[in-house]
Each structure stands twice: as structure tokens, then as C-alpha cells.
Design a protein around this ligand. Structure first.
Ligand code: SF4
Length: 271
């Protein structure tokens, strides 16, 4: 793309009531949402930096500490397509290793019926079933972590797709001692409250008819999902995608705690 195909605009976000000024340069061409991810990642960095500053506590996360990368990682459909592209671009032997990690972990959690339990609880939450509780949901999330399987992109406790990592990975910032992350509980993990959630906005914006019944995909589902579904995203101009994203981002304006993570969602087809 040449210079004439980009447009720059200024934006002011309010993070914890404080203005955060940003400049956004987006393509004027019609593109898929995956192509907007680097811009949404920049916005995520701005929101996270402002949230860390507002919180005032030192963040314990550092290179070489990947304890949190054994958790279930909820991503948007657009991020799943981006991850599949990243893997496809790897040299063949590397690609085969990474694909094997994805498929063996997906098989493992399917055999445990972990996805069935998760979807069942999401359905209960949506239907306001009195038997649903955030504690039950957290127990399922914790069970994933207890399996101890690292994200397919974690090596030597570091993320090797760090510049391209999903938005949700950018929002997990711990201020409690790093050693607590090997046994995370609501009582021993203190996190930076993020007042706007770019990852949540992305779940809304980065969704096509393929995933209309999903509240999110899990990282380990990404390659399987992309293999089974064609790219059905519309093509919009950069300013149109930016407007959608900012609108959804504004709607997430509240600090998040563990209990409020379970969102109401339409039923997802069981696999
Ligand atoms: S993508 Fe990177 S940061 Fe996110 S869970 Fe995987 S290894 Fe960790």
C-alpha cells in the first residue's frame, strides 16, 4: 500500500476517568479485520499502560515467567485466523511441531470433556439457570490450568509470538508475587484492573457468521476452527473497523474482577 492509502485520526480514550490521547493511522482500503490487529494491539498497549499507571503498583510479570500461559486463553475468531496465518508462515518442520502441540492439546481437553463443561456453564449463565454460579465457572477454568499444559507458543517460559500475541494476553498483569502464579486463586493473585477491555471489544468486532454462537474461541481451538471454517469476514475500510472497535471498547468501560467474567451469551453448538 502506498502512503495515499492511509488516513490518520486522533482519538481520546478515558481510562479510569483520565484522558489517554492516541493517534491512529488506518488503511483506507477495504480489508478483513485480521489486518487491523496491529492497530488494535497498539490501542491495547495504550489502555494497558494507562491502567498500570493509574494502579500505581509494580507489575510482577517479566520475560521468562510464563506461569499464566497455562491458562485457557479466550480469543476472537479474527485472532484465530491471524494465529493460523502465523503458523502457516513458519518453516515446515517448525510448523509441524506447533501444529502437533495444538492438535494434541485440543484432543486432550476434548477427551476430558472440558469444552462440554465450559459450554454447559455458559449456557446456564445465559439462561439464568439458578444452578449456575461464578464459582462453578472458575472451577472449570482452574481445571484447565491444573492440567499444566503450556500454550503452544510458550518456549523456555517465554512467548515466541510476543509481538503478535492475542489481546487478552496483554491484559493479564499481575502485581502479586510472581511465584503465586503457579497456583492462582482469587485470594492470592492481584491484578491491575483494566478499565477498558480491548480483548472484549475484539470478541465482538472480530466475529463472522462462523462464530456467531461462540462467546470466544480457546487458543488451542484456533487451527482446528480455521481448518473447518472458511474466512467469512466482511471487508470494511480501516476507518469503519476503527469506529466499530472504539464503540465496542467504550462499552467495556468497567474494571473487571473474576466474578464478572462470565458473560451472557447465546448458546454455542456443542461439538
Ligand atoms: S500467546 Fe504467548 S502470551 Fe499468550 S498464552 Fe500463549 S505464550 Fe502466553
Amino acid at each position: 500500500m502506498n502512503d495515499e492509502s492511509w488516513v490518520t485520526g486522533n482519538l481520546v480514550l478515558r481510562v479510569n476517568g483520565e484522558p489517554v490521547e492516541m493517534q491512529m493511522t488506518v488503511p483506507t482500503a477495504r480489508i478483513k479485520p485480521q489486518r487491523m490487529l496491529p492497530i488494535f494491539q497498539q490501542m491495547s498497549s495504550a489502555v494497558v499502560e494507562a491502567s498500570v499507571e493509574a494502579n500505581g503498583k509494580e507489575v510482577s510479570c517479566k520475560a521468562g515467567c510464563g506461569a499464566c500461559c497455562r491458562q485457557a486463553v479466550p480469543i476472537s475468531e479474527a485472532e484465530a485466523f491471524q494465529i493460523a496465518e502465523l503458523v502457516e508462515a513458519m518453516e515446515p518442520r517448525r510448523r509441524a511441531v506447533i501444529k502437533e502441540r495444538f492438535s494434541s492439546q485440543l484432543k486432550h481437553f476434548k477427551e476430558l470433556k472440558w469444552f462440554d463443561r465450559l459450554i454447559g456453564l455458559k449456557d446456564m449463565a445465559y439462561e439464568k439457570d439458578p444452578n449456575f454460579s461464578p464459582e462453578k465457572y472458575m472451577a472449570v477454568v482452574t481445571d484447565y490450568f491444573k492440567e499444566g499444559l503450556p500454550c503452544p507458543f510458550l518456549e523456555d517460559e517465554s512467548c515466541f509470538i510476543h509481538p503478535d500475541r492475542p489481546l487478552v494476553c496483554r491484559e493479564y498483569l499481575v502485581t502479586s508475587p510472581a511465584e503465586n502464579c503457579s497456583d492462582p486463586k482469587p485470594t492470592n493473585i492481584e491484578k491491575v484492573p483494566i478499565f477498558l477491555r480491548p480483548s472484549k471489544a475484539m470478541l465482538k468486532v472480530g466475529r463472522s457468521s462462523n462464530s456467531e454462537n461462540y462467546s470466544s474461541l480457546m487458543m488451542i481451538e484456533a487451527l482446528d476452527f480455521v481448518e473447518r471454517n472458511p474466512d467469512r469476514f466482511p471487508e470494511l475500510t480501516g476507518p469503519e473497523w476503527a469506529e466499530r472497535f472504539v464503540k465496542e471498547l467504550a462499552a467495556t468501560d468497567a474494571p473487571v474482577d473474576n466474578a464478572s467474567r462470565v458473560r451472557r451469551k447465546k448458546k454455542r453448538h456443542k461439538k
